[in-house]
Design a protein around this ligand. Structure first.
Ligand SMILES: [Zn+2]
Length: 264
């Protein structure tokens, strides 16, 4: 057995609990007589339980990078219901912004569905049920999209349902084109002059927003309350600052990169 194999093995096993460690070690002893002596030595060593990083119960992040000081002290009171259709690859990406939303919005006001195709009425009954309501909006830009600022104010007791596609721009486009039923909803877009503060990921152009920013600005319009936008964007700003403090680099949007290339 080479030295590098030993190092990789020890590092991998050290992350497991003591029972898993001993089980794996005993299997290795049985499986490989030639290297048995090496592993037998380890099997009798009392192993310490792995040191787990303390996690914050609320934001589910390690305590050293907890964002709770930047979240609202309690769930934001909103009437709109937000439906996020999340591309499956987005969930696994580090630094996706939807978990920030989950801390800020009450669970009954935020529904997250993961997948690429939602066309089946049997699999997604609640989503299909709201599609024909005049108060259901699909936030997706396009020539047919209405300005969200021009939506009617609703009577007390009524609420908007807003559907947002979460992923990279390509993934969002993929969901839009693979789910033609989404066009039953009123398509709306944001006209804004907000410059994305999500500087740790490249945005396609200077008008692009990340998911939480798009939802924040939409909610502030539909709820007629600017504080909602600020309350949702504050934790995003803090997240980016922490990442930059830990060595992340600022990602300029593609427009900005093109501008630099033209100037060069
Ligand atoms: Zn926290």
């Amino acid at each position: 057995m080479s030295t590098s194999t030993e190092v990789v093995f020890v590092v991998a096993v050290a992350d497991l609990d003591i029972f898993s460690q001993r089980f794996i070690l005993s299997k290795f002893i049985m499986a490989d007589e030639e290297d048995g002596e090496f592993f037998r030595l380890f099997a009798d060593v009392p192993l310490n339980p792995p040191e787990k990083r303390d996690m914050c119960d609320r934001c589910k992040r390690p305590l050293s990078v907890c964002l709770c000081a930047h979240f609202p002290s309690k769930y934001l009171q909103i009437s709109t219901r937000v439906h996020v259709l999340q591309h499956p690859r987005e969930e696994s990406r580090l630094l996706t912004t939807v978990p920030l939303l989950e801390v800020c919005l009450p669970p009954e006001k935020l529904v997250i569905r993961r997948g690429r195709r939602f066309n089946s009425k049997t699999d997604w009954p609640e989503l299909h049920k709201i599609m024909t309501k005049p108060t259901t909006l699909l936030l997706y830009p396009g020539p047919e999209a209405e300005n969200i600022k021009k939506m009617d104010k609703l009577a007390p007791g009524e609420h908007y349902d807003i559907i947002v596609l979460d992923g990279t721009w390509r993934q969002a486009k993929d969901i839009f084109h693979n789910n033609p039923f989404l066009c039953q909803a009123r398509q709306v877009q944001l006209e804004h002059d907000h410059i994305s503060e999500y500087v740790i990921r490249t945005q396609p152009n200077s008008k692009s927003l990340c998911t939480i920013e798009a939802i924040a600005l939409s909610l502030s319009v539909l709820e007629n309350n600017d504080e909602v936008a600020e309350a949702l964007i504050r934790p995003l700003r803090a997240l980016c600052k922490i990442q930059l403090d830990h060595g992340a680099v600022v990602h300029f949007n593609k427009d900005h990169q093109d501008e630099i290339l033209l100037r060069a």
